[in-house]
Every structure is written in structure tokens, then in C-alpha cells.
Design a protein around this ligand. Sequence first.
Ligand code: HDD
Length: 716
Amino acid sequence: MRLPGMRASIIGPVCLLLATTSQAQDVTQEKISQLNAAMRNTNGQIDTTDVGVEFNSSRSLRAGPRGYNLFEDVANRKKFLHFDRERVPERVVHALGHGAYGTFESYGDWSNLTMACWLQEGAVSEVFTRFSVVVASVGGSESGRDVHGFATKIYSPCGNNDLVGNSLPSFFIDDGAEFPGLIHSVKYEADKGFPTGGTAHRTAYDFFTSHPEGSFQLMQVLSDLGIPRDIRHISGNGVHTFRFLAAEGKSTLFKWYWMPRLGHRSLVYDEATKIAGKNNNFQRVDLYNTIAAGIYPEWDLAVQLFPDDGSYMWNGYDLLIPTQIVPFEVNPPITLGKLTLNRNFQNFFAEPEAISFAPSNVVDGISFVPDPLLQWRLMSYDDTATHRHGSPNGYTLPVNQAVAPVNNNYRDGYMQPYIFEGDSTASSNNIGGVRSPSDNETLQFTAASGESAGAGKIGRYTSHYDWFGQARTFWSTMDVYAQQHTVDGYRFELGNVGDAGVVQRYIDGILNNIDNCLARRVAWGVGAVLPATGSGPVTNGTNGTATYPSLYPLNPGQEDKKSNAGLQIAVVASDTMFTQEDMDALTAACSRQNVSVVVVAPRIGQLNTGVEAVNSFVTTSDIFYDAIIIGSLSGNDTALDPTSAGFVMEAYGHGKAIGALGSSGMDVLQYLDIASQPGIYAGAASTVANQVLDALSGPVRFPQRFPTDDVQAICG
Ligand code: HDD
């Protein structure tokens, strides 16, 4: 398997000894049995109170058919008492999320690196992955521009191991003490209650202006990487450096990544905002439906390795700074195993909502480094889970339970579900309670052997490094279309900040330190003062600014050919447009690549042509499809009705592949005045289907159609 943006030769050893299907079934069954023990099936059962007394909960107890309700309706009062408390606090960040179960399979024996049991030869573990967006509350839009969370709980035989990462490889701040301030600033403004779910406002940019270390992260969010099509096409990034511990305590530092086998796909901003309004659940629908259809997304677990000499430095890269990354081109990752998501949850509240992750949940063989962002995370997640579950016993909820045995003296507390036998409640003891492991039975939570606990004078330290360098590298790596989208991203955000002082400070203090032309273009678009030409660095491709293709996997040609599995193509039809024969030809070509063909017409149901329309122009919209095909027109028609034409032209404006079928195809495209543009195809159904499918796995979009700045005029 080649990773995006990498040469085959830099891939590390991939032992293809894949776990057998039966092993995967066993670990899945083990977790399912645990979940089943908690399942309740009320289908067809008689309604009862919570103490098992049958009653008709749909009618009030009243003093006669026209009389007052009686206080004595104790059963219904109890029902309300429960209903009024059905909501638990939403997560303070990453509140909006969804997820699925699956498996993790180790590609081989990684005992040279780590004792972690889920990374040994043939190891297969059940997992649950939750995807999320950071800022929006529950009920917000999954498609809004934001970092996406990618948290995986590995129910391994040696205990739960959580990998809690994001869709982007760096972060906004480098010290966890600033996290509450960061989150306060990006959430709605305290005195107004808006905007919810976005950073295009004053407090956010005031924070960003005074935190230049986050300039690289923010640029990534404002590029198309900040608006992924769905979560099957994002990567997961651990961001920090972590520590592997092998036998004898040998320490190797690592950074981890989930590399999507489907490649990366993103929206364009106009689509993202429209999807947010028309179906704010688009991403969870995509995951749920593809898994239900047997199209399982997969990611490779890749790690970059760094020798641990106690300095936490590698080739000039500071491994304790989470705002900075180590490009794959300078430290190629190796792939250790594969994550597959293959099973939908059964109950949204009890599973994706009730699950709680913590980067501190690691097994023997994985440990931490003194990165001050990570160190605060090691405390914050369990704390917030305790608040959210209203109890420290959240780890006993079925979705959180380890499949490994859990034996300890964590006793009592709100909603303790277990009845522990015996009188011993202390470790260690001599009267028959839990037994303490001997030193050679566990190494957990130890650092590299010989490392000292302290590293200098006690103090509150600020790191000083080249805050703008990696943002500049990212900027230089994007092609001109991606740069234009990112400029528009800055313009949208700064154009909504509403405080000219903050806007100017961001342009002069941050953007102009990254690239003078970028700063001038953004300033031009938002009516700010343009920084003087040459007052900031200029990256024009000739002055040696590094570019690393792996940083921007959306550039055309940067990835391996993408799989189209789970994508959707809309066919525009009507009572006189499109034939069943063409439908059969399209379906035959598309189903080979697991792509759905959805017929959209003025009304749902069977059309006069015999074709079945599953969506109408009222129930759906072009933004939900990856490409559009126009059915053949009957007779000598060449003109599309305005609704169909609007449907096609919006997709055209979003850079999507467009096909037109039959002898009318080319005429219709000429009528729409798009016939000579890239990504436009006309002809027989099977030919057009293959051209559109090729476009979807190749360039994906045709950004040449998007308007671009006159860079020469703005930057000189
Ligand atoms: Fe965090 C949730 C990822 C920094 C404190 N974080 C949360 C989730 C993800 C991340 C994916 C959602 C988990 C879920 O689905 O339940 N967070 C990250 C990454 C970070 C990061 C990749 C930087 C590398 N986070 C970070 C810091 C702090 C927190 C610095 C605090 C010091 N994060 C939290 C939290 C949350 C959380 C407040 C809210 C809900 C939860 O934990 O369970 O504890």
C-alpha cells in the first residue's frame, strides 16, 4: 500500500500476514457479547413503570373526563422526572460527533518497538472510532469549516488504548494551559451568543493574532483540508510525540497517523455552507450508509520513529512542540496495521455519545513525553468525562468497558453498578483482595530508563521558534487553486470579524510574516491596508522555500489514484429525459466501483420513461453528489428546463465532472455553454460513466473553472 504523497521505496516493512477473518470475528464477538448483556428489547412488551408495574403511560389520571389532572398520577410524574433529565452535558469541545465499531489488525510483530499487545504478530482488536467537529454544539453542522476529531478506542486484550487525534497534524497552541482561552475565543461571543460553530469573529482572531504559533494550523483549517467531504476521506493525526517502550524499557519516540486508504477528498466552501443548511448530518449519513451497504472505510496506522536520546530533538525538529510537524518527506512513516470500520452502533446515546476517550488510556508499551500540551490532556479528558457522566463510574458503561479484565479498588460513587464480593478494598493487602503486580509484570507509565524527572529550573516557559516557517511551507506546497481557496478562506473569516484593528493586526502581524503576497491578497479582499510590497517574505518558488507534497494531499496528482467507493452520481431525468437502457449501462459501470447512481427528476416515483426517480429537485440538491450526468433528451430537444439547468450549473460551478448522454448530449452542453470546458463529457452512457468515474478518481474537481485573483496586479 502506498501512502499519499510518498514514494513506494520510503514505506517501511509491511508484513502482510493479515489476521484471519475468524480472529476478527472472535474479537468482535467478545465485545458484542459484552454489549448484548446491556441490550434491552422492548418490542411488543407491555408498558410498565420503572419498578415493573404495568400501566398506560399515554393517558393522564384525571378527576373525570373533563376534570383536572391528579397529583396522584405518580407513574406519569416519574416518567417526567426521567424525561426532564434525559440530557447529559455535551462535550465542552467536539460535542458534535458520530462513529462506528470496527477492528484493528497488526501487520506484524512490532515487539522490537513496543510491548503494546495490540501491535504484536497477528493481533486483532475490536475498536470504536468517534469523529467530531471541534467548535459546533450538538445539532450543528458537520460540514462547517473546522478541525475534525478522530478518536479511536482499541479494546485490546491488555486493556483499552485510546488514540485521540485530529484530522490535521499540528495544533493552535503549544501549552495546554492556554486551551480554555483558545476554546472560549472560538466559541460564540459571550455578550452576544453568536456566531455558533465557526471562528469568523472578533474574539477568535484576537486570540489568533496573539498566538502566532498557531498560524500553520489555522492556514490548514482555512484551506480545503478544513472542509472534508466526509470522514471516510480524512486522516487522523496524533499531533504529539509519544513513546514506545519495548522489553527492557527500550524507548523509541513516535508520532502516529491514520492514513485513509480512500485518499483525501474535500468540499468547496460554497458546497460546505449549503450542505450545512440542507443536511447538517451529511457526514454521519455518509458513514452510516456506506457501512450499512458493506463499503467499509479503512486507514493504515503509520508512525514516524525518532531515536530517544533524551533531548526530544530530531534533525533540528523539536519533538515537544505540537504546533510543528515533521514532514513525511524527511522522516518517512512506516505502517504498523490497519483500522477498518465495519459495524454501525445500535443506540446513538449509549454508544457514540456515552463513549469517553482519554489520551491517558494507554497499555503497557506506550507512554508520554514532556510536551506541555499533551501533559494537560493527560488530565483533562478523564476530568471532563467524570463531569459528563455525572460520576467517575463512566468506565463501566458498556461502550467504555475494556474486554480485558478490570480488577481494582475503585469503589462506590454515583451509579456504581457492581456488587463487589468480600471485605478487602485496599491494594495491597494480605486478606484476599486484588493482588499487586510484581515489577516484571508491568512497566506502564514509566519513562525511558535513566531519564531524569526534571529538565532545568522550575518556571513558566514560552517557546521561541520560527512560528511562521511551516505555514510558509504549507502555503508554498499548495497549487494556485488551493492557494486561492485559502485566500478566500481568510477573506471570509476576516471579512466577518467586524473589528478593523484586529483584522489589520492579523494581516500585518501574522500573514505578512508568512508571505507578503498572501497578506496583500487577503488585505485587498477585506478592505484593509495592504502591507508594503516586500515588507514580508516572498515565496515565489525560486527562493528556496521548501515544499512537502505530503502536507497537502488534495493537490491533483499528489495521491495514488483514489477509490470511488461510496460516492454518488446524480442523473438528471424527467418524463421525457433519460432511458432505462442508459440507467442500466450507468449502473453496471458504477456498481463495479461501488458508486451509486441516483435519479433526480421533478417528482419522485416512476417516470413516463419507466425509470424510477428516487429524489426530486425539491428533496435533494446537486451539492450532495460527486458528479452529475444529464439524461438524453427525447426528439430534437436541446434545451434543459431552468430547474434542471440550475442543478447542473451549480455543480459545474463547484468544479464537478458533468456528463451528458445520447445524441442530444453535446447540444445540451453547448446550450449550457460549458461544452469546451475541462471535466465535461458527452456520448453513450457506458463511455460517459467511465469518463466520469476516471475524473472522480483522478483530478476529482476541475478548479480551472474557479475565479482566481489577478495576483500580478495585487502583489506586483
Ligand atoms: Fe482534546 C475532546 C483531540 C487538545 C481537552 N479532543 C477531544 C476529542 C478529540 C480531541 C478528537 C473528542 C473525543 C471524543 O470523540 O469524545 N484535543 C485533541 C487533539 C488535541 C487536543 C488532537 C491536540 C493535539 N484537548 C486538547 C487540549 C485539551 C483538550 C490541549 C486540554 C488541556 N479534548 C479536551 C477535553 C475533551 C476533548 C475537554 C472534550 C470532551 C472530551 O474531552 O471527552 O477533555
